[in-house]
Design a protein around this ligand. Structure first.
Ligand SMILES: [Zn+2]
Length: 428
């Protein structure tokens, strides 16, 4: 196997060091390393992180290959510095059987850009009525440990309780899309001053917070593990903080867009800003940043939600909800968390690699950058500033809210078990 010597990289943002990759493994980390015949990558002070892990990606295959495929989505992931993504279950057919999750897992293996860990549906057809074959999906080749009806909420308390009880036996986790369905009927945006002025149906914060409150109590009651998808309100932060202080086994994620954008943008009526949960207020954004910094929110997850042009480029009420995120996530986190002094690069590695890998039991990922570990790595030019141009995306979809916005940071190299998937910003 080939050797690669990464010279002068700031590992987790620390002092420059050399990192030697031998085959699939990190062979050595130190200064003044030499290796005969190794391919040399001059890092020149770029930051080296463990390969990023996204616990919340929509790859759309099978069924909506017009918006994304496992191939295009994992190429987008590699461009964003990811070496592992968890693929949500709301495909067509739904990933609610061992057959579908194995198909998605195999496609990821075949393409080789990024490990794909399928998420299994909690209920058959995401219909919320009957538990899916959680055990069969766990025992399949895909080894599913995370289950979610994301896109929909597991709103029935008895079903949620049963699911939590079921996955407890094998250390699985239920990832909840917290949205009380009755409180969000006809919702088009965050309920507040802006929705009142625009006359658009509101998605109240309490629709998210009430489900989170119920689910942390259910997790406590059955002694199981719950993960809250895309927290978006200051009140949700308070509930998770309370639950953690009580010792409840809860983890939570925030998306990059909820760390940066607010519902003021809806005034443009540009459906690129339409997303579920909706963009909230400045006060919520600040509470989410603070909670990510202090660890109340465990991880950043993209909720990468590709949609074809025709599903987004229409009137606001008719437009699909969601934004692509894999190729801009790290830049948004640098802008909102690092450049603001809230988090250092070690903190970014923790929130975007170590912790998501731990929550999803992706044992090859989120490892320390040290000898003997799998060479899943990403190299970031943190001094770079550039304008987001979706024409350069590897994703099949272009629905980014950052088009034309200047953001810091650029992933230049990604290695998946020692194999370069991205070199000098170009996919291999
Ligand atoms: Zn969701």
């Amino acid at each position: 196997m080939s050797k690669i010597l990464i010279r002068g990289a700031k590992v987790l943002g620390g002092e420059p060091q050399d990192v030697l990759i031998d085959g699939e493994t990190i062979a050595a980390v130190g200064t003044g390393l030499e290796a005969d015949g190794a391919e040399v990558v001059e890092a020149g002070g770029k930051v080296l992180l463990p390969g990023l892990v996204d616990l919340h990606t929509h790859l759309r295959e099978p069924g909506r290959e017009d918006s994304e495929t496992v191939l295009t989505g994992t190429r987008a992931a590699a461009r964003g510095g990811y070496t592992s993504v968890f693929a949500m279950a709301n495909t067509f057919p739904v990933a609610d059987t061992a057959g579908v999750v194995e198909q998605v897992w195999r496609l990821g293996q075949e393409h080789g850009y990024c490990d794909v860990q399928p998420i299994g549906a909690v209920t058959v057809g995401l219909e919320g009525a009957k538990l899916a074959e959680l055990g069969a999906m766990h025992e399949s080749a895909a080894g599913v440990t995370v289950f979610s009806d994301d896109g929909k909420c597991v709103h029935d308390a008895v079903i949620m309780r049963r699911a939590l009880e079921y996955v407890k036996a094998f250390g699985g986790v239920i990832a909840q899309h917290a949205q009380e369905p009755r409180l969000t009927e006809g919702a088009q945006m965050n309920e507040g001053v802006v929705s009142a002025e625009l006359g658009l149906g509101g998605w109240p914060a309490v629709a998210e917070e009430s489900v989170i409150a119920r689910d942390v109590l259910l997790a406590e009651h059955v002694g199981s593990r719950v993960h809250i998808c895309h927290l978006s309100t200051a009140g949700s932060v308070e509930i998770v903080r309370w639950a953690k202080s009580r010792g409840i086994d809860v983890t939570a994620e925030v998306t990059p867009h909820h760390l940066l954008l607010t519902d003021e943008l809806v005034r443009t009526y540009n459906p690129v800003y339409k997303v579920n949960p909706p963009l909230r207020t400045e006060r919520d954004v600040m509470a989410l940043r603070e909670a990510l910094a202090d660890g109340t929110i465990d991880i950043v997850a993209t909720d990468h939600a590709p949609h074809p042009h025709e599903d987004k480029d229409c009137e606001w009420p008719a437009a699909a909800m969601g934004m692509v995120g894999l190729e801009t996530a790290l830049s948004v986190v640098q802008e909102t968390m690092v450049d603001t002094g809230l988090l250092n690069w070690a903190g970014v590695a923790d929130r975007m690699s170590v912790k998501p890998a731990r929550i999803g039991r992706a044992t090859d990922h989120g490892r320390p950058v040290s000898a003997g570990e799998p060479a899943n790595l990403t190299l970031v030019d943190t001094a770079y500033r550039g304008t987001v141009d979706p024409a350069g995306f590897a994703s099949r979809s272009r629905n980014t809210p950052y088009e034309g916005r200047e953001l810091p940071g650029r992933v230049t190299h990604t290695w998946l078990r020692g194999k370069a998937t991205l070199v000098d910003g170009k996919l291999t």
